[in-house]
Structures are given as structure tokens and as C-alpha cells.
Design a protein around this ligand. Structure first.
Ligand code: SAH
Length: 232
């Protein structure tokens, strides 16, 4: 059975996962803590990266290259764009982009750099497994595009611009970079987010109120994903 990486960006996103796992070994590496455990016979490595594309790139790479993880599951919170997504609802990424990657002055589309791609697609098998989990839990999980950038979006105009370029359903600050890492290193990955706010003028207040409860909703689903991956 493959060694599984479970990643979040903030402590609150991995706390419910560590609670469920119970006992684990803590290793400090490259300025972060990595929590190693055996869970139902499978090796897990859990970590929160700290916020943003750079820290999440470092952590995803470390989990794969240093801790030898072979599949990566991300759990966390996001700002909703798709009006169907309410606070606490789950979105699974089908593909991700970097909404703040801009060399458009050279005639390229937003989010594109030479030898890269605007979107990175997530693993189809893990998507299929998440459908099974959603059905079993009787949960409505939306599949869609997630846009990532190094900013907390709290503005309708910024949101509209992200929709224009990427037709995104949700936005956050780590998924797109984790996707680039996993794609380059050939690691199947899955990005799940529960909505904490809707990236509008009230976003920071909504985030403060709902981040923890939404992080728990996402973490619970991720642990069901782990069970599902193990059962296959
Ligand atoms: N409250 C934190 C900062 C949170 S930044 C502090 O003061 O330390 C927002 C985090 O949640 C990021 O990890 C990002 O991935 C996610 N997120 C949720 N809503 C978001 C939004 N509207 N825009 C960007 N990221 C968002």
C-alpha cells in the first residue's frame, strides 16, 4: 500500500486529522513539522505547510522527495465563487491554476508561463473514489476549478477577474502550487476544500467565524478518502 501524504496550509486544517490518527511521530525538517503515523496499516505523513504558494510547494516537495509519499491528499478551506457553494460546502478540484501568474504583456494567457500550462488536472481515480465517499456520506460535493494565488481575495472585482480568466469555482492560496509539484513528480493528488467565505468584502469576517468548522468538515471527508484508498 502506498505511503499517503495529507497536507493542509494552516494548523487548524490538520489538527482534526491528527486528532483522528491519535499517535504519531513528529520530525522537524526544513522549518516545518512532519507527523508520521501508521493508520489502519498504512503509513501516513501529515503536515501543514504555512500559507501560500511557496510554503506549500516546499512542503509538498518535502513530503514526496524526503518522506517518500506516493499519493497526496490536501484538506483545507477556500473562498467560494460558484454561487452554489455555501459556507461549509465541499469542493473537489478537477483542475487548478495560478490566478496571479501574469506575463500577459508578452501575449500569453493569464496563469501561463512557457513550458508550463494554465491548468493542472487532478487524478481521475481519486476523483472517482471521492464520488463514492460522497455517495456513502450522502453529501453533495461539487467538482470544479480552483484558482490559487498569493492573496486573500475579498473583493468582487478580483473575483470577477478570476472567473473571467479561469472560470474558477473557488479560490485559495496553495492548491495550484501543490498541483504543479505533484504533476511534475508524477504523484497522484487530490485537493479538497470546504468553503469558509465567499471572497467578498465580508470575507475576512466570514473566514474568522467559519474557518475552523469548515476545516473540520474537510478533514472528516479526507479521512474517509484515506479509508477508501486503503480499502481498494
Ligand atoms: N487568518 C489567517 C490568514 C488566512 S489566509 C491569519 O491571519 O493567519 C487564508 C487561508 O485560507 C489560505 O490558506 C487560503 O488557502 C484559504 N482561503 C480561504 N478563503 C480565502 C480567500 N477568500 N482568498 C484566498 N485564500 C483563502
Amino acid at each position: 500500500m502506498k505511503k499517503i501524504a495529507i497536507m493542509g496550509a494552516m494548523p487548524e486544517e490538520v489538527a482534526p486529522i491528527l486528532k483522528k490518527i491519535g499517535t504519531y511521530k513528529t520530525t522537524e525538517y526544513a522549518g516545518n513539522k512532519y507527523y508520521e503515523a501508521t493508520y489502519n496499516g498504512v503509513e501516513l505523513v501529515v503536515a501543514y505547510s504555512k500559507i501560500g504558494k511557496v510554503f506549500s510547494t516546499l512542503t509538498a516537495t518535502t513530503m514526496i522527495e524526503h518522506f517518500s509519499c506516493e499519493v497526496l491528499l490536501f484538506s483545507g478551506v477556500a473562498g467560494g465563487i460558484n454561487p452554489e457553494l455555501k459556507i461549509g460546502d465541499l469542493i473537489v478540484a478537477t483542475k487548478l491554476s495560478q490566478h496571479d501568474l501574469d506575463i500577459t504583456v508578452f501575449g500569453h494567457p493569464m496563469g501561463y508561463v512557457p513550458e508550463g500550462s494554465v491548468f493542472v488536472e487532478t487524478d481521475k481515480d481519486l476523483l472517482a473514489l471521492s464520488k463514492e465517499v460522497a455517495d456513502e456520506l450522502g453529501k453533495n460535493v461539487i467538482e470544479g476549478v480552483i484558482a490559487t494565488g498569493d492573496q486573500f481575495v475579498h473583493d468582487e472585482k478580483v473575483k470577477a477577474n478570476i472567473v473571467k480568466h479561469f472560470n474558477a469555482d473557488a479560490l485559495e492560496m496553495e492548491g495550484g502550487s501543490v498541483a504543479v509539484v505533484c504533476n511534475a513528480l508524477n504523484i497522484p493528488f487530490f485537493i479538497l476544500r470546504a468553503i469558509s467565505d465567499t471572497a467578498d468584502t465580508d470575507a475576512s469576517f466570514s473566514f474568522d467565524e467559519f474557518m475552523e468548522s469548515s476545516a473540520i468538515i474537510s478533514a472528516e471527508f479526507i479521512m474517509k478518502m484515506v479509508d477508501k484508498v486503503i480499502s481498494k
